[in-house]
Design a protein around this ligand. Structure first.
Ligand code: ADP
Length: 483
């Protein structure tokens, strides 16, 4: 084994060099000798020695410096330095520079061979370990690469077969992945390669573009995408760190259809209910004309009248909601909110006085009008003010404010009523929902705020409530200003 190993002696000619050559050859090593730097470089590069032995001065250069340079290029080459004498700093410098060993006079042949053997064993152990590590790491990398490839194929198969539409994009909104469902939804053909293309260029649907323009808002859960043929999809947008983002889409056409059927139903039923109510009221008036009623009869008639009125207002509310939800409200005029407010407040004047409510109205100067249906705006104001009066106890306070905020007209109706529990504040805008803390003696249908929301929505506005339990509520409506 030693026979194949080549020891390179980089030394100036000297008796020690001869001794070394003899000792190593006798031990079975192949020995090569170089006396200058170019020969040394060439030999290390081409012959690749198993070990290099260098004098502490070599061809006029410092042996340690030459060794450092060699190690910088061939870090696994074992190097032994032959020093002319053993100084205290020698071992330290050798270690510092990363050499494997050193020799110094007086030299015996056995010392030379022993030191060379020792350094070779060490280098071999190190080399074996290094090879093993490289193999192990490569194997594990290969395994990982293999796993991720199969995982990727699996993932693609799952996404391809998911019924919902899935689009994955990079940070520049270019397509990374698009599944079969999306191709079907947008009629993109089964085979056309789309990866790498801009999503906006591939799909020209306005609603989808509007979603892509809103991506700075972060996760978006509800965004409707409408098609001319009546299909409606709900799209969600999710940013994916380090990749880009994903859009998923579900077909909600059947839900929309159900919603429409429900509105139709409410409309028909409410209409059919109104006619008999009108005739009940008519006959009640007639009864009063047939002759004097005793006190009991009069009281019953009054109660009947109250109940019929309650049902009539409920039916009217249902009819209104039906119309609003069906999108029949298309009338638009220039409306000054403060003018409509005056009419509404006039109507509630008696009730406000009766309950001894303190009313403050603050109208900011320079209000702009809104493009709206004045009848619906009046209805919205009536419902909000009506609620504020209804839920505020006697001698409470109501504050109504109208102001401009960034090209939008903002109405605030603040009261000192019972407030609304935080977890119910969104639900009160649902049809028939009445908050759990509403006072027992306050009657209602739970439709007023649903109507307010429908009106505000159809005017591209926003309505919300800020409320503290037992302190009061502020209902705010925001409408875009416009002539
Ligand atoms: P209702 O006919 O019950 O008043 P609304 O749709 O107008 O129906 O309101 C829904 C619910 O919201 C009410 O039942 C009530 O619990 C709550 N609510 C509405 N306005 C107020 C208010 N100003 N103060 C406290 N609670 C309110």
């Amino acid at each position: 084994m030693a026979k194949q190993e080549m020891i390179l002696l980089a030394m100036d000619p000297s008796p020690t060099l001869d001794l070394m050559q003899r000792a190593l050859s006798a031990a079975g090593f192949e020995v090569a000798i170089v006396h200058n730097r170019p020969a040394l470089d060439k030999s290390v590069q081409e012959a690749i020695p198993s070990l290099m032995l260098i004098g502490d001065t070599f061809a006029g250069q410092d042996g340690l410096t030459v060794s450092s340079e060699m190690l910088a290029r061939f870090p696994t080459l074992p190097i032994i330095l032959y020093a002319n004498q053993d100084t205290t700093g020698l071992a330290k410098s050798i270690l510092k520079k990363g050499l494997s060993g050193y020799l110094y006079p007086p030299l015996k042949m056995a010392d030379i061979v022993d030191e060379v053997q020792r350094c070779l064993v060490r280098a071999r152990t190190l080399g074996d370990w290094l090879r093993r590590e490289v193999k192990r790491t490569t194997a594990s990398l290969e395994e990982k690469a293999h796993i991720s490839e199969t995982e990727r194929v699996k993932l693609e198969a799952i996404i391809a077969n998911i019924q919902d539409g899935v689009i994955v994009m990079d940070e520049g909104q270019n397509i990374l992945l698009i599944n079969r469902a999306v191709r079907e939804i947008f009629n993109l053909g089964e085979e056309t390669p789309l990866t790498g293309k801009s999503l906006k260029a591939v799909i020209t649907n306005d609603d989808l573009h509007a979603l892509l323009d809103r991506t700075n808002e972060g996760v978006l859960k509800y965004h409707e995408i409408n098609f001319d043929d009546g299909r409606v999809f709900n799209a969600q947008y999710t940013p994916i760190p380090k990749i880009g983002s994903a859009v998923t889409m579900q077909d909600i056409s059947y839900l929309k259809e159900l919603d429409r059927m429900k509105s139709d139903f409410i409309h028909t039923v409410s209409h059919d209910l109104r006619s008999p109510l009108t005739s009940i009221l008519g006959y009640m008036e007639l009864i009063e004309r047939t002759g004097p009623l005793n006190q009991n009869q009069q009281e019953f008639m009054q109660r009947l009248q109250g109940s019929v009125q309650h049902i009539t207002s409920l039916v009217n509310d249902l009819l209104d909601l039906g119309r609003l939800e069906a999108g029949f409200d298309t009338r638009r005029e220039t409306v000054y909110l403060e003018n409509v407010l005056r009419y509404s407040l006039d109507m509630f004047d008696t009730q406000i006085r009766k309950k001894k409510i303190q009313l403050d109205v603050e109208i900011a100067p320079g209000l702009q009008p809104v493009r709206a249906n004045p009848i619906r705006i009046r209805q919205m104001l009536d419902n909000l003010l009506g609620n504020a009066i209804k839920y505020t106890p006697n001698e409470g306070r109501i504050r109504v404010r109208i102001s401009m905020e960034e090209e939008q007209v903002v109405l605030r109706v603040e009261d000192t009523g019972p407030g609304i529990p935080p977890d119910e504040q969104n639900r009160i805008f649902e049809k028939f929902y009445r908050a759990s803390n509403r006072p027992d003696d306050v009657t209602g249908s739970g439709l007023g705020l649903a109507i307010v929301k429908s009106i505000v929505d159809s005017h591209q506005g926003r309505v919300w409530v800020e409320s503290t339990l037992e302190r009061g509520s502020t209902f705010a409506v925001l409408l875009p200003a416009g002539e």
